[in-house]
Structures are given as structure tokens and as C-alpha cells.
Design a protein. Structure first.
Length: 235
């Protein structure tokens, strides 16, 4: 892959932290914090393993997305859950400032690397629930990207090939279980940076591995890490 690559890792759903002031929101539904709606189980462990292997910076958000979803654009009403939507405007503004800090931090880092003449590869690290609305998802590992952007498409193709070689028994799919052009942080950054110098991709791993045996999760995690490292030529 021609040109110097600058790789940035982000993990928007790294944790399910709820500050004390917002705890009353969950008083009637405390169990929801143990579900995939609150966070992406396993995503932080995977992101940290990628950081160690790649030597790339990692920006994380540990606040539960049931308060504010850092992988939604500011104008998307789904930035708020049915619980946080009921908060007074002052409290939602407090949460939104944290959302904006994350987005600005990512944007500043990308802008600095691109201004230095590098091409930026931004990889958002996520996991997804195996069953949604009663339907089992057939994807094991997904690579989300915008196929209309040539540089991004090139990076995504390399990732899918490398992941497939290291995890041949798994279903490694393009733009599954979500579409790469759906609203989110990478789409927001695409609107700020030119296609020839910014590739914004999301890595999605099925939570059935996270929730399964430790040995299985370790194997998948290590395969993903080595696949990403091979695709991005970070050794």
C-alpha cells in the first residue's frame, strides 16, 4: 500500500460507566446495564490488543451509550436513549460536551497527521450482539466502510483478505452486520477529510466469541489483531 500510513484506533462503546448523578435513570431498569445496549463487551480488550500490536494511539469512551452515544452524529436523535432523552436540557448538555470532546480529539489527531503528508486510517473497534430482534446474525467479523471511496475500499479489501487468512473458519464479511455508510464517527470524519487521505473503517466482532470460552475468544482476538497488523503493514 503506497504512502505512509498513520493509524488511529477508537473505541466508542468501551464501557458502561454511569456517573452517580445519572444513576436514578436506571433505578427501575438496572439490568439494562448488563446488556449490549449499554456497551460493546470485549471491544476494549480487542482495541487494547490492537494498540499494543500496532503501536497506534487509542482513544476510548467508557461512558455508557445509554447516556450519550459517541458513535452517533450530533444531529442524530439516536444519540440519546429512551432513558437519557428524559433528562433536563442542562444535563443533556453536560453529556453532549463529553461526546464533542471525543469527536474533536479524533478530528485534531487526523488533521495533524494529514497535514504532515500522511494518509490516515481510522479504525473504530466494536462488537455486536449475536441475535438482534430475534434474528441470528450470520456474520462473525465485519469490516464496515464506504465503497465509494477508493482508498477506503482498498484498505477494507486488504483487511478482509488478511482476516480471512487468519480466521478461515469464520464468516468475515464486508459491510455486515451494518452498512459502512450509516451514521457514526467515521462518517462524520469522512465529511471533514478528503477521500484520498482519510479511510474511516469500523471493525465489528460477534459477541458470541466474547461470551463463549476464554480460549475461543483469545483465538479470535489474536487472529483479528494479526490480520489487522498484516493488512496495515504495521510490524
Amino acid at each position: 500500500m503506497a504512502g505512509q500510513l498513520a493509524v488511529l484506533l477508537t473505541c466508542e462503546h468501551a464501557g458502561r460507566r454511569v456517573p452517580e448523578r445519572f444513576r436514578p435513570l436506571f433505578a427501575q431498569r438496572p439490568e439494562i446495564l448488563d446488556t449490549h445496549r449499554a456497551w460493546d463487551p470485549g471491544a476494549l480488550a480487542l482495541a487494547r490488543a490492537l494498540r499494543e500490536r500496532l503501536g497506534a494511539p487509542l482513544f476510548t469512551v467508557n461512558l455508557s451509550r445509554l447516556l450519550v452515544d459517541s458513535n452517533r452524529s450530533p444531529g442524530n436523535p439516536r444519540i440519546w436513549s429512551e432513558l437519557s432523552r428524559t433528562l433536563p436540557e442542562r444535563e443533556r448538555a453536560r453529556l453532549f460536551r463529553g461526546h464533542q470532546r471525543h469527536w474533536r480529539r479524533v478530528e485534531r489527531w487526523l488533521a495533524e497527521r494529514i497535514a504532515a503528508g500522511e494518509r490516515a486510517v481510522h479504525l473504530g473497534v466494536h462488537t455486536f450482539t449475536p441475535v438482534l430482534d430475534g434474528v441470528e446474525r450470520r456474520c462473525d467479523v465485519g469490516v464496515l466502510f464506504d465503497p465509494s471511496r477508493a482508498f477506503e475500499r482498498e484498505v477494507a479489501s486488504g483487511l478482509v483478505r488478511a482476516l480471512g487468512r487468519r480466521l478461515p473458519d469464520l464468516a468475515v464479511l464486508r459491510n455486515a452486520p451494518y452498512r459502512g455508510i450509516d451514521d457514526g464517527l467515521t462518517r462524520g470524519m469522512r465529511q471533514r477529510f478528503a477521500a484520498e487521505c482519510y479511510a474511516g473503517l469500523e471493525l465489528e466482532v460477534n459477541q458470541r466469541f466474547v461470551l463463549g470460552s476464554r480460549a475461543q475468544w483469545r483465538r479470535v482476538r489474536e487472529g483479528v489483531v494479526e490480520g489487522v497488523a498484516a493488512a496495515l503493514d504495521r510490524r
